[in-house]
Design a protein around this ligand. Sequence first.
Ligand code: ARG
Length: 502
Amino acid sequence: TTYSNGGLGAEGPETTETDSSGTGGMRKSLEGSGSTPNDIVHLKRRVGLFSGVALIVGTMIGSGIFVSPSGLLVRTGSVGVSFLIWLACGMLSLLGALAYAELGTMNTSSGAEYAYFMDAFGAPPAFLFSWVSTLVLKPSQMAIICLSFAQYAVEAFVSECDPPSAVVKMVALVAIVMILFVNCYSVNLGMAVQNIFTAAKLVAVLIVICGGAYKLFQGNTQHLQNAFTGPTPSLGAIATAFYTGLWAYDGWNNLNYVTEEIRNPSKNLPRSIIIGIPLVTLCYALINVSYLAAMSPTEMVESEAVAVTFGNRILGAMAWLMPLSVTISTFGSANGTLFAAGRLCFAASREGHLLDILSYVHVRRLTPAPGLIFHSLIAAAMVLYGTIDSLIDFFSFTAWIFYGGAMLALLVMRYTKPNYPRPYKVPIIIPVLVLVISSYLVVAPIIDKPQIEYLYAVFFILAGLIFYVPFVKLGLTPKFMEKVTLFLQLLLEVVPTSTMAM
Ligand code: ARG
């Protein structure tokens, strides 16, 4: 029983390999002999209502609320409009998530959009989703969060001037490497980091809210008055302001990626959504008020790291607490994002939709190392060549094409599968509304300010088809790929999970 816990289970022995060379499993897989196929990952139903809520809240609260408020204020030009957009983003996330609750209770396999596109539109769109999410969406999430982490970590040391961007990028790269190490080292370590850091993040939120309340009771309400004075933003500016705000709320669909692990999903998935998202919306609204209780809108716009400025104003000798808690929160978020990314990569490549090597697992550590390394490399490139704001726009644009696609999938399935059991059914107006808004979010910025990046994103999505036809549909594998796979297997000591039951 060398690999009793074959696959990516979070529990169980981590180092069960007794063969010190670690090549036992490797040799087997390379020769492809003597191994019985394992029923790979046995995902236990471990997620109840509480962990469901934690999974949603813990993913949603990351870097955004500590970084985006300034950007949103710049884009909208007034405190009032930006506050309304914060609330609207929360509302939109809730409506989107309710529609996902119908999708997730109807099709209870993990993988969210991937599974729903497969049901509603067939394999090519599902492939395009996995193509874009492994190559763009997940790595850009990772890059944005690590850049925010770095900004706060560096800001703590150079408080009153802008930190040099080269230093910020280096620190972001260090963060990626550290998180990669944690997740390649062991699944249990990754989970532990996630839990500890989620708790710390909630403390950071509470500190900000309490500090703000204290300031308000002292009578610092001047920045909340005349909230709507300012230039009227254009429709395109509002859409990009939404991108900034929606980044802070991203992760509202996170529970749908792990539906297979939820206990009693038809009850707990909708319930977790209904509790989790309004909770986050409430926190974000209160945090925004807190920031304005401590600084003027102009100061907020000028601040590179708004939560640090807030800490300097309110916490006195304890001001160091703020950058510390934000770095902890973002580090945790990045860890969770890579964790999920590894799993998505793993699932899609197992279906034959991505390179085989990406679904392989380390022989002793049982972690999906190739997928994790692959994501980290792309994220590192994004850190080097992008900025937080450009990456957020790029991310949101691409992500909302797929969120809109999921709404379309729901509507299509109401017609094509009318009698399919739907334990939770949303009023049809909800997906229609979210579909309309997501179309607006995708189209408005292009019309308002055409940028070549948007075109690249669309080309990139469609370019997936060039790979889909020969490699997935026709199943061709170029000869040299076998050699590359073999080389990487030896280098990384990874094997297919199907060879791991012994
Ligand atoms: N909302 C998070 C933040 O503000 C980002 C979440 C990234 N998305 C994800 N599904 N992991 O940093």
